[in-house]
Design a protein around this ligand. Sequence first.
Ligand code: HSE
Length: 297
Amino acid sequence: NSVTVHSPATVSNLGCGFDVLGLALGAPYDVVKVSRRAEPGVSIRHLDGFGLPTEPTRNVAGVALLALLAALPEPMGFEVEITKGIRPGSGIGSSAASAVGAVVGANALLGNRYSKAQLVDFAMAGEEIASGARHADNIAPAVYGGFTLVRAMEPSIDIVALAAPPLWVSIVHPQIEVKTIESRAVLPQAVPLPQAVRQWANVAGLVAGFLQANYALIGRSLEDVIVEPARQALIPGLAEARRRSLAAGAIGGGISGSGPSIFMLSETEATAQAVGRELSSVFEGLHIESFTYVGPV
Ligand code: HSE
């Protein structure tokens, strides 16, 4: 009585859409095996060498499952084995993937009792301990697949799955340590109205670009005038990475989540491969991983 889930990496924010937009990648992914156990509660095992905590209250998958268990009318127990394919702290939704894998697996064992929106809610409890903030922009695409918009979290979770044209994503993971908690600490607490206007115009432009399959509109609407300016000092090389990627034909991109990974979107596979090579060369000797992922997202 067990289920194995491949839970994908995700790119959140997508430039202007801080804490609300995200997309799911085909790779890498975490492999999360969830089994029933007789004793109520949760136990976690990591079959990878990242040294993540396995105490359920300190593990993102454990906390997510405990949230699901708290909602269940009957006492129940789950055992979880996690093999991380996603490097923790890389900025492509590592904690979200483990949390989502655990609740999706448990839900399958429960005959899919919970909706996707409820699973997002449970998984968010895990994300909260990892980043210190309740945000679902990595969790929503990991649960729904494709592009998602987290339209609201209160009074209840409102996720919108977005249609989009085929897009290719190139990602580089520079060897820079950026903790989500720290990269949220540098953000402004208030935003001047003209900047806010520009940002929400970009979010609307980006969504319209997806729906109309208008690549040029997508490219120019990715612009982030609020979060990236505050975070760019944490990621030296970002400006150069963008300049070279655009020269190689990318339509646009930016920081993946809270970084340090950088993502670029392209219209074709050949361009995405060329952009991936440019991204790697900017961080020559200083990147941990770089790969290109093949759309459609
Ligand atoms: N939206 C979040 C942020 C994603 O940018 O801080 C990181 O987990």
